[in-house]
Design a binder for this molecule. Structure first.
Ligand code: ATP
Ligand code: MG
Length: 231
Protein backbone atom coordinates (compact mmCIF):
# COMPACT_ATOMS: atom_id res chain seq x y z
CA UNK A 1 0.00 0.00 0.00
CA UNK A 2 1.24 3.43 -0.99
CA UNK A 3 0.07 6.43 1.02
CA UNK A 4 0.56 10.16 0.72
CA UNK A 5 -0.10 12.16 3.88
CA UNK A 6 -0.49 15.91 3.69
CA UNK A 7 2.00 16.29 0.87
CA UNK A 8 2.81 19.93 0.09
CA UNK A 9 5.15 21.07 -2.70
CA UNK A 10 6.07 24.54 -3.96
CA UNK A 11 7.91 25.68 -7.07
CA UNK A 12 9.71 28.99 -6.76
CA UNK A 13 7.60 30.08 -3.84
CA UNK A 14 4.23 29.21 -5.31
CA UNK A 15 2.27 26.40 -3.73
CA UNK A 16 1.57 23.60 -6.20
CA UNK A 17 0.39 20.80 -3.89
CA UNK A 18 -1.59 21.84 -0.81
CA UNK A 19 -1.70 18.87 1.53
CA UNK A 20 -2.48 15.90 -0.69
CA UNK A 21 -3.79 12.72 0.96
CA UNK A 22 -4.08 9.59 -1.16
CA UNK A 23 -3.87 5.83 -0.82
CA UNK A 24 -3.20 3.12 -3.38
CA UNK A 25 -4.18 -0.18 -1.76
CA UNK A 26 -2.57 -3.48 -2.78
CA UNK A 27 -3.94 -5.06 -5.98
CA UNK A 28 -5.99 -2.04 -6.82
CA UNK A 29 -6.05 0.39 -9.75
CA UNK A 30 -6.43 4.00 -8.68
CA UNK A 31 -7.03 6.84 -11.14
CA UNK A 32 -5.81 10.34 -10.35
CA UNK A 33 -7.72 12.76 -12.54
CA UNK A 34 -7.82 16.49 -13.07
CA UNK A 35 -7.44 19.23 -15.64
CA UNK A 36 -4.14 20.46 -17.06
CA UNK A 37 -1.77 22.06 -14.61
CA UNK A 38 -3.55 21.08 -11.37
CA UNK A 39 -0.58 19.14 -9.96
CA UNK A 40 -1.01 15.52 -11.08
CA UNK A 41 2.54 15.06 -12.38
CA UNK A 42 3.93 16.89 -9.36
CA UNK A 43 2.08 14.38 -7.16
CA UNK A 44 3.79 11.52 -9.00
CA UNK A 45 7.16 13.27 -8.77
CA UNK A 46 6.70 13.58 -5.03
CA UNK A 47 6.15 9.81 -4.87
CA UNK A 48 9.27 9.18 -6.97
CA UNK A 49 11.47 11.55 -5.00
CA UNK A 50 11.88 13.92 -7.95
CA UNK A 51 10.66 16.99 -6.06
CA UNK A 52 11.30 18.06 -2.51
CA UNK A 53 8.35 17.93 -0.14
CA UNK A 54 7.73 21.06 1.83
CA UNK A 55 5.79 19.02 4.35
CA UNK A 56 3.99 15.70 4.60
CA UNK A 57 5.25 12.25 3.73
CA UNK A 58 5.00 9.33 1.33
CA UNK A 59 4.98 5.79 2.66
CA UNK A 60 5.27 2.42 0.97
CA UNK A 61 3.98 -0.49 3.05
CA UNK A 62 4.45 1.57 6.19
CA UNK A 63 7.99 2.67 5.34
CA UNK A 64 8.59 6.41 5.13
CA UNK A 65 10.32 7.23 1.83
CA UNK A 66 11.52 10.67 2.92
CA UNK A 67 15.18 11.15 2.03
CA UNK A 68 15.35 8.26 -0.43
CA UNK A 69 16.49 9.00 -3.98
CA UNK A 70 14.36 7.92 -6.92
CA UNK A 71 16.56 4.91 -7.75
CA UNK A 72 16.23 3.71 -4.15
CA UNK A 73 12.46 4.07 -4.43
CA UNK A 74 12.56 2.04 -7.66
CA UNK A 75 14.46 -0.70 -5.82
CA UNK A 76 11.78 -0.77 -3.14
CA UNK A 77 9.24 -1.61 -5.83
CA UNK A 78 7.91 1.57 -7.42
CA UNK A 79 7.88 1.51 -11.24
CA UNK A 80 7.31 4.78 -13.08
CA UNK A 81 6.40 5.48 -16.71
CA UNK A 82 6.62 9.29 -16.95
CA UNK A 83 4.47 11.66 -18.98
CA UNK A 84 5.86 12.01 -22.50
CA UNK A 85 7.44 8.59 -21.94
CA UNK A 86 11.10 9.66 -21.65
CA UNK A 87 12.39 7.11 -24.14
CA UNK A 88 16.04 7.59 -25.12
CA UNK A 89 15.64 8.38 -28.84
CA UNK A 90 19.18 7.48 -29.90
CA UNK A 91 19.28 4.18 -28.05
CA UNK A 92 17.68 1.06 -29.47
CA UNK A 93 14.57 -0.46 -27.95
CA UNK A 94 16.74 -3.19 -26.43
CA UNK A 95 19.16 -0.62 -24.95
CA UNK A 96 16.22 1.35 -23.55
CA UNK A 97 15.00 -1.82 -21.83
CA UNK A 98 18.45 -2.86 -20.63
CA UNK A 99 18.81 0.35 -18.62
CA UNK A 100 15.95 -0.78 -16.40
CA UNK A 101 17.60 -4.10 -15.65
CA UNK A 102 20.19 -2.49 -13.40
CA UNK A 103 17.52 -2.02 -10.73
CA UNK A 104 17.57 -5.78 -10.10
CA UNK A 105 20.02 -8.07 -11.83
CA UNK A 106 18.46 -11.43 -10.93
CA UNK A 107 16.48 -13.36 -13.57
CA UNK A 108 16.94 -10.61 -16.15
CA UNK A 109 16.26 -12.87 -19.13
CA UNK A 110 12.99 -14.11 -17.61
CA UNK A 111 11.84 -10.61 -16.85
CA UNK A 112 12.61 -9.41 -20.37
CA UNK A 113 10.76 -12.40 -21.85
CA UNK A 114 7.72 -11.66 -19.69
CA UNK A 115 7.43 -8.00 -20.67
CA UNK A 116 7.98 -8.80 -24.33
CA UNK A 117 5.08 -11.25 -24.11
CA UNK A 118 2.92 -8.45 -22.75
CA UNK A 119 3.96 -6.11 -25.60
CA UNK A 120 4.83 -8.41 -28.54
CA UNK A 121 5.28 -5.51 -30.96
CA UNK A 122 8.50 -4.63 -29.12
CA UNK A 123 9.98 -8.04 -29.96
CA UNK A 124 10.20 -7.09 -33.62
CA UNK A 125 11.71 -3.72 -32.83
CA UNK A 126 14.53 -4.50 -30.42
CA UNK A 127 17.16 -3.19 -32.83
CA UNK A 128 15.35 0.03 -33.79
CA UNK A 129 16.09 3.39 -32.30
CA UNK A 130 13.58 4.52 -29.66
CA UNK A 131 13.07 7.80 -31.49
CA UNK A 132 11.60 6.20 -34.61
CA UNK A 133 8.86 4.34 -32.73
CA UNK A 134 5.27 5.57 -32.95
CA UNK A 135 3.73 7.20 -29.88
CA UNK A 136 1.86 4.00 -29.06
CA UNK A 137 5.00 1.89 -29.40
CA UNK A 138 6.97 4.32 -27.22
CA UNK A 139 4.27 4.12 -24.58
CA UNK A 140 4.46 0.33 -24.60
CA UNK A 141 8.25 0.58 -24.30
CA UNK A 142 7.91 2.97 -21.37
CA UNK A 143 5.55 0.62 -19.54
CA UNK A 144 7.74 -2.39 -20.38
CA UNK A 145 10.77 -0.55 -18.99
CA UNK A 146 8.93 0.31 -15.77
CA UNK A 147 7.89 -3.34 -15.38
CA UNK A 148 11.46 -4.61 -15.75
CA UNK A 149 12.22 -3.22 -12.31
CA UNK A 150 9.71 -5.78 -10.98
CA UNK A 151 7.51 -3.21 -9.24
CA UNK A 152 4.92 -3.82 -6.55
CA UNK A 153 3.29 -0.64 -7.71
CA UNK A 154 3.26 0.75 -11.21
CA UNK A 155 2.78 4.48 -11.72
CA UNK A 156 1.73 5.79 -15.13
CA UNK A 157 1.41 9.43 -16.15
CA UNK A 158 -1.20 9.85 -18.90
CA UNK A 159 -0.38 6.69 -20.88
CA UNK A 160 -3.25 7.28 -23.34
CA UNK A 161 -2.15 10.81 -24.30
CA UNK A 162 -1.95 10.99 -28.10
CA UNK A 163 -2.36 7.23 -28.55
CA UNK A 164 -4.70 5.55 -31.03
CA UNK A 165 -7.75 3.63 -29.73
CA UNK A 166 -6.57 0.07 -30.38
CA UNK A 167 -3.34 0.67 -28.46
CA UNK A 168 -5.30 2.32 -25.63
CA UNK A 169 -7.37 -0.85 -25.48
CA UNK A 170 -4.25 -3.01 -25.38
CA UNK A 171 -2.76 -0.89 -22.59
CA UNK A 172 -6.00 -1.11 -20.60
CA UNK A 173 -6.18 -4.89 -20.97
CA UNK A 174 -2.51 -5.18 -19.98
CA UNK A 175 -3.02 -3.12 -16.82
CA UNK A 176 -5.96 -5.29 -15.77
CA UNK A 177 -3.89 -8.40 -16.42
CA UNK A 178 -0.95 -7.09 -14.39
CA UNK A 179 -3.26 -6.31 -11.51
CA UNK A 180 -4.94 -9.70 -11.61
CA UNK A 181 -2.09 -12.03 -12.49
CA UNK A 182 0.94 -10.27 -11.08
CA UNK A 183 -0.82 -8.60 -8.11
CA UNK A 184 0.65 -5.23 -9.04
CA UNK A 185 -1.14 -2.14 -7.79
CA UNK A 186 -1.42 0.70 -10.25
CA UNK A 187 -1.64 4.45 -9.89
CA UNK A 188 -2.80 5.96 -13.13
CA UNK A 189 -2.81 9.67 -13.87
CA UNK A 190 -5.34 10.09 -16.63
CA UNK A 191 -7.54 12.71 -18.24
CA UNK A 192 -9.35 10.27 -20.52
CA UNK A 193 -12.49 9.66 -18.48
CA UNK A 194 -13.74 6.57 -20.33
CA UNK A 195 -10.41 4.85 -19.80
CA UNK A 196 -10.62 5.47 -16.05
CA UNK A 197 -14.18 4.17 -15.97
CA UNK A 198 -13.10 1.05 -17.87
CA UNK A 199 -10.07 0.07 -15.78
CA UNK A 200 -10.24 1.92 -12.45
CA UNK A 201 -11.30 0.59 -9.05
CA UNK A 202 -11.28 3.99 -7.41
CA UNK A 203 -10.56 7.61 -8.24
CA UNK A 204 -9.19 10.85 -6.90
CA UNK A 205 -9.90 14.18 -8.54
CA UNK A 206 -7.37 16.95 -8.09
CA UNK A 207 -8.07 20.64 -8.55
CA UNK A 208 -5.54 23.42 -7.93
CA UNK A 209 -3.21 21.24 -5.90
CA UNK A 210 -5.76 19.56 -3.66
CA UNK A 211 -7.90 16.42 -3.76
CA UNK A 212 -11.49 17.60 -4.18
CA UNK A 213 -13.32 14.29 -4.71
CA UNK A 214 -12.57 10.61 -4.23
CA UNK A 215 -14.28 7.24 -4.00
CA UNK A 216 -14.98 3.98 -5.77
CA UNK A 217 -15.04 4.53 -9.53
CA UNK A 218 -18.79 3.79 -9.63
CA UNK A 219 -19.34 6.93 -7.53
CA UNK A 220 -17.80 9.24 -10.12
CA UNK A 221 -20.76 11.34 -11.24
CA UNK A 222 -21.61 13.92 -13.88
CA UNK A 223 -21.53 16.76 -11.42
CA UNK A 224 -17.90 16.00 -10.46
CA UNK A 225 -16.99 15.61 -14.11
CA UNK A 226 -18.55 18.94 -15.03
CA UNK A 227 -17.13 20.79 -12.08
CA UNK A 228 -13.57 19.46 -12.08
CA UNK A 229 -12.79 17.66 -15.34
CA UNK A 230 -14.41 19.16 -18.40
CA UNK A 231 -12.85 22.27 -19.87
N1 ATP B 1 9.69 22.62 -12.55
C1 ATP B 1 8.70 23.50 -12.37
N2 ATP B 1 8.96 24.79 -12.01
C2 ATP B 1 7.95 25.69 -11.81
N3 ATP B 1 6.65 25.38 -11.96
C3 ATP B 1 6.33 24.14 -12.33
C4 ATP B 1 7.32 23.12 -12.56
N4 ATP B 1 6.70 21.98 -12.90
C5 ATP B 1 5.38 22.25 -12.90
N5 ATP B 1 5.14 23.53 -12.55
C6 ATP B 1 3.81 24.16 -12.39
O1 ATP B 1 3.10 23.43 -11.40
C7 ATP B 1 1.74 23.29 -11.75
C8 ATP B 1 1.36 21.82 -11.75
O2 ATP B 1 2.06 21.14 -12.78
P1 ATP B 1 1.90 19.59 -13.05
O3 ATP B 1 2.85 19.24 -14.13
O4 ATP B 1 1.99 18.85 -11.78
O5 ATP B 1 0.38 19.53 -13.57
P2 ATP B 1 -0.42 18.35 -14.26
O6 ATP B 1 -1.70 18.23 -13.52
O7 ATP B 1 0.42 17.14 -14.40
O8 ATP B 1 -0.74 18.96 -15.71
P3 ATP B 1 -0.88 18.23 -17.15
O9 ATP B 1 -2.24 17.61 -17.16
O10 ATP B 1 -0.80 19.36 -18.12
O11 ATP B 1 0.22 17.24 -17.30
C9 ATP B 1 1.57 23.97 -13.09
O12 ATP B 1 1.07 25.24 -12.85
C10 ATP B 1 2.97 24.05 -13.65
O13 ATP B 1 3.12 25.16 -14.46
MG1 MG C 1 1.13 16.11 -16.01
Amino acid sequence: MLTLSNVAVSYEGSRILRGVNMAVPARSLVCLMGRNGVGKTTTLKSIMGLVKLESGSVQLDGRDLTGLKSDQRARLGIGFAPQGRDIFPHLTVWENLKIALVVHRANAADRVARVLDLFPILKDMLGRKGGVLSGGQQQQLAIARALLADPKILILDEPTEGIQPNIIELIGATLLKLKKEASISILLVEQYLDFCLAVGDSFYIMDRGAIVAEGPISHLNDDMVKRHLTV
